[in-house]
Design a protein around this ligand. Structure first.
Ligand code: ADP
Ligand code: 5GP
Length: 219
């Protein structure tokens, strides 16, 4: 059975990483694609866990070698999803989550139209700013320019929401996690055709199989 590819995009600071981490504790069989990036590690990030941290030269070599399913320049750094991440998830029989920006998402939607896209919105610019500030304080890298540029970029990215199949607002965390879980389980149900199977068992549909079995008792 083919794995599902979930594309998840959100303006930086919306809470996408937090949501994805919680989702993975609740739903089994989800693999997270570790992207390549030329940005420096932040806070407690480790090479090979949050990202594969690399140089611009190495990244460009990988682009030329066709190693990426998609890649984009975001906030002055390169980010990309390696084709091998898809192969790895397929071999492991898992669904794959891609946490990528809107430019990368468009590339994947074109190449793999069966991918399921989810956009996460922050509830308001005020809340987004607060989350960006809280995070940078926690990571001890408060830069006014970085916060301002991420807020400005958020306004642009939000315009793309209608290109995605699903969207949710990350206001109350538990609710947003429940919505993400529902989307994943629904899409798995669609892939496995379980809705159709369940519908055939409904008594108000009264399938021919059901009638035939009942009929044998009336003879
Ligand atoms: P992203 O991955 O989208 O850049 P993060 O997951 O790093 O964002 O979240 C940014 C900040 O907002 C973090 O400090 C995180 O703890 C906080 N956060 C995330 N979701 C919520 C929420 N629903 N309510 C309050 N704070 C949140
Ligand atoms: P951050 O530096 O905050 O981790 O990520 C910045 C932005 O880059 C986020 O919008 C994130 O989704 C995006 N991003 C992370 N990995 C990839 C990737 O592999 N490809 C693309 N296109 N964007 C990515």
């Amino acid at each position: 059975m083919a794995g599902i590819l979930f594309i998840i995009s959100a303006p930086s600071g919306s809470g996408k990483s937090t949501l994805v981490a919680q989702l993975r504790t609740l739903v089994a069989g989800l693999e997270f694609s570790i992207s390549y990036t030329t940005r420096a590690p932040r806070g407690s990030e480790e090479n090979g866990r949050e990202y594969h941290f690399t140089t611009r030269e190495e990244f460009e070599r990988m682009v030329a070698a066709g190693d990426f399913l998609e890649w984009a320049e975001v906030f002055g750094n390169y980010y990309g999803t390696a084709v091998s991440a898809l192969d790895h998830a397929k071999e492991a029989g898992k669904d794959l989550l891609l946490d990528i920006d809107v430019q990368g998402a468009v590339q994947v939607m074109r190449k793999l139209p069966e991918a399921v896209s989810i956009f996460i919105l922050p509830p308001s610019p005020q809340v987004l700013e607060m989350r960006l500030r809280n995070r940078s304080e926690a990571e001890q890298v408060t830069s006014e320019t970085v916060i301002k540029s991420r807020l400005a970029e958020a306004k642009n990215e939000l315009k793309q929401v209608w290109d995605y199949k699903y969207a949710l607002v990350n206001d109350v965390l538990d609710q947003a996690v429940a919505e993400m879980r529902a989307i994943v389980l629904t899409e798995r149900g669609v892939r496995d055709g379980v809705q159709g199977v369940a519908a055939d068992c409904r008594t108000d549909v009264a399938s021919s199989k059901l009638r035939a079995a009942l009929g044998t008792f009336e003879r």
